[in-house]
Design a protein around this ligand. Sequence first.
Ligand SMILES: Cc1cc2nc3c(=O)[nH]c(=O)nc-3n(C[C@H](O)[C@H](O)[C@H](O)COP(=O)(O)O)c2cc1C
Length: 445
Amino acid sequence: MTRQLHFNLFLHDTGHHEASWRLPDADPYANLSLAAHQHLARVAEAAKFDSVFLADSPVTWGDPGRRPSGKLEPTVLLAALAGSTSRIGLIATASTSYNEPYNLARRFASLDHLSGGRAGWNIVTTAGDAAARNFGLDDQPLHRTRYERADEFLEVATKLWDSWADDAVVADKAAGVHARRDGVVPIEHRGVHFRVDGPLNVPRSPQAYPLLVQAGSSEDGKEFAARWAEAIFTAQPTLEESQAFYADVKRRVVAAGRRPEHVLVLPGIVPVIGETEAQAQELDAELDRLIAPQYALGQLARTLGVSPDLLSLDEPLPADLPGEDEIEGAKSRRTLIVDWARRDGLTVRELIGRLGGGRGHRTFTGTALQVADTIQHYFENGAADGFNIMPAVLPSGLDAFASQVVPILQERGLFRHDYDGVTLREHYGLPRPENRLHGGLLAAV
Ligand SMILES: Cc1cc2nc3c(=O)[nH]c(=O)nc-3n(C[C@H](O)[C@H](O)[C@H](O)COP(=O)(O)O)c2cc1C
């Protein structure tokens, strides 16, 4: 079979454009609504998307006075969506900086059982001091330290998922044996950040592990992804940047001793689709008119690590900004934004307009045919294995993508007409992890 595209729907209440909630048809309570999320997941499933995804941070993000910023906990919401869908994958973000491996390994094993093998984990290290202050800290741990903890976190979590053999549970009523004793082993982990005895209190789940996804594009983030990730979400505003990122990550994956096709690169795309190009541009312009610039300016200042007073709406970014090395937050996003503004000579107001659409992801305004052509061009020119679909407006942007863009790509033989497999890993064409504690690598050591 020819290489196929993969689509993940990035769920984001009324849409990825920050002003989408203000459109006349928008449901301003969608962020807390099970029905709204069910609708989106079902539309994506009917269009044969690989998965849906929820971002998260354990902190109130942005200014709750200005836009819907309340968020339901992703694994809880996805457990509810597991009951409303049957095939589509369910990917939740969870932080390695503000969780313990045992709780999280248990939560994802539970989601994988409840969904019949459709769970995925977007592994993030969580940028920002505000989150740290919800967990007894004054400041966020250093960027490097967060990634070191993330590495050990994954070591522990994967051992916990391996602590039950696939065939440990025998449920032999006649003999009175529910699980083979030697099929459930402790992990006895003793590390720098964690001490965990194990075993996990959830037997091995259909996929063994949730699909491991990663979404930070700094140097440490890419190295971490090369070691652990099976899919990578990334914000790349241009084709050239996407190509460079794609080549860089695949090279790192090979250097880490893994096969490049076992790690899928999924850049974000924010499609604004119209019947005609002019209609799409009209919607884009209407959304941009609804942005509150002073609010957006505050957010921009936070990402750049400067005081908002240093930014003026009708001037370019100041020449003297903290470099990536001086930032302990989201390093890669800061660099992306500064490069974008400098290269295109943008004022702060223009930069805010661009970021309002997709926070640095590639926005694309046009007809369904143009969107499909762009996706195909990226896919066939070393820039992507698929896309994180981030409609500017939901649910209408998803409806347009599902009913107009997907059929074009199906017709061209680039996207599935139906699911071949059952689990999320099968949708992505990835192998199920071996058990390293029972008959796998560690047992042989
Ligand atoms: C599509 C996408 C989704 C992301 N979702 C989250 C998220 O839900 N929570 C989070 O803390 N970081 C998320 N990130 C990562 C941050 O943007 C940021 O890169 C990261 O926290 C810091 O990593 P870095 O310094 O390695 O870039 C996401 C990134 C991308 C590209």
